[in-house]
Design a protein around this ligand. Structure first.
Ligand code: ADP
Ligand code: MG
Length: 414
């Protein structure tokens, strides 16, 4: 049977490795250790940049940052995963952003300084058990671990309450958008800084309001199985941007600020209006699929926001069967209307269902990355094995499956 990793089995290792590596690389003990989790979004995909709703949980997998403050504005950071130490003069970040993984780290310190906060350089060692590039937000875990360290070491107070944490999340988003150059929405950083153990985080990406929704599968003898398909996800090749642009174009054609403003009750009428507006702007080219494309993209976004609301209501009344149905509907919408799934995601979802899942869906941006399934506890191992077998039959890279429980946000560990 496939070995499915249990929660945070590697947490003590991570702290020990960070400590020992920091001493070796920088020649002194770190001043402290901070960590921040990756996240998995239960439902509400491609809704964040449409000012919609998302419902992530924090993963037990985290990134640990062992840090020592510096007196100058030099950042020296060693990543165990990258296997290298990189130096960046923080004074140069604005004019010439560094490239590669260090951009996430330098970006956070830059963004905090842009806010007028008294940030200096750091010696930092980072080590993570969040899989990189699996759609589980290792990038936000990295930003938020370093952001948490900077907050404490420079007395910024950005971990003190949810409002302060939301401010730190904004700085981490700026790092990712403006320095690392990844145009993601704000879900990942909010999840990494605001989630609570045993709860999902309902985040309204229009107002910034949050609510903690109990998410306790164990009480039902169920588990959440995450499968990292290890298929390469190519959000940087323009697909993500093209979905963002389609969403904006659909909102503009409907005369609303964002697709969040479309009343789900009025969706059929709005879609007719959208199709008509498209035909008027491209009367000479009936073969142009753009009209239809916008209709399908808008339908995904509006119905997906509705599914987040429905999932929250179902969780509040402990109706996990309904949550499962909503997972299934979300996957179909992402596959057929938003067209961001891929064969590996579709197979992992279908096999999980055959193995007894109450529901399963792709999660994250798509084109690879991870899927999630709600399964009876005893079915999780067999489901993971069945998914691995199906991948082997297709000749695909072996996937990695693990059971997760909702964990806590960024914090100081030592
Ligand atoms: P995801 O956030 O879903 O894992 P991204 O493409 O957004 O995928 O972010 C992955 C990138 O973040 C990596 O390619 C790397 O540049 C950076 N990264 C994240 N964690 C680490 C780490 N521990 N060490 C070095 N780089 C990291
Ligand atoms: Mg990311």
């Amino acid at each position: 049977m496939q070995d499915i990793a249990q929660d945070a089995a590697s947490a003590p290792d991570r702290v020990d490795v960070a400590d020992a590596t920091h001493r070796r690389v920088f020649g002194e003990a770190p001043a402290g250790m901070w960590s921040a989790p990756g996240r998995v979004n239960l439902i509400g995909e491609h809704t964040d940049y449409n000012e919609g709703l998302v419902l992530p949980i924090a993963l037990p997998q985290r990134t640990t940052a062992a840090c020592t403050p510096r007196r100058d504005r030099l950042l020296r950071v060693h990543s165990v995963q990258a296997g290298e130490t990189v130096e960046v003069d923080l004074a140069t970040v604005g004019a010439s952003p560094p490239r590669g993984w260090v951009s996430y780290v330098a970006g956070v310190l830059w963004a905090l300084a842009e806010e007028g906060l008294p940030v200096r350089g750091l010696d930092a060692t980072v080590v993570s058990d969040v899989p990189l590039g699996a759609g589980l937000s290792s990038s936000a875990a990295l930003e938020c671990a370093v952001g948490a360290a900077a907050s404490d070491l420079f007395g910024l107070g950005l971990l003190s309450d949810d409002a302060a944490r939301a401010r730190l999340a904004k700085a981490c988003v700026r790092a990712e958008n403006e320095v690392a150059g990844a145009m993601t929405g704000g879900m990942d950083q909010s999840a990494s800084l605001l989630c609570r153990p045993g709860h999902a985080l309902l985040l309204d990406c229009r107002s910034g309001e949050t609510a903690h929704v109990p998410f306790d599968l164990a009480a039902h003898d169920l588990v959440l199985l995450v499968t990292d398909t290890r298929a390469s996800h190519a959000l940087n090749d323009g697909q993500y941007e093209s979905r963002r642009r389609a969403s904006e174009a659909a909102a503009a054609a409907l005369g609303v600020r964002s697709l969040r403003e479309v009343d789900p009750e009025r969706l059929p009428a709005a879609l007719v209006e959208l199709a008509d507006s498209g035909h008027r702007s491209h009367p000479a080219d009936p073969a142009d699929p753009g009209d239809d494309e916008l209709v399908r993209r808008a339908r995904h976004v509006v119905t997906e926001i509705g599914r987040v609301r429905a999932a929250v209501r179902a969780l509040e009344r402990d109706d996990l069967d309904e949550v499962g149905h909503l997972f299934d509907a979300s996957h179909a919408s992402l596959r057929d209307d938003y067209e961001v799934s891929c064969p590996e995601l579709d197979v992992s979802v279908e096999v999980a269902r055959s193995a007894g899942a109450l529901g399963a869906r792709m999660t994250g941006g798509g084109f690879g990355g991870s899927s999630i399934a709600i399964l009876p506890t005893r079915s999780a191992g067999p489901a993971a094995s069945a998914i691995a077998d199906a991948f082997a039959e297709h000749g695909w890279t072996a996937p990695r499956s693990f059971v997760v429980t909702p964990s806590g946000a960024a914090r100081r560990d030592a």
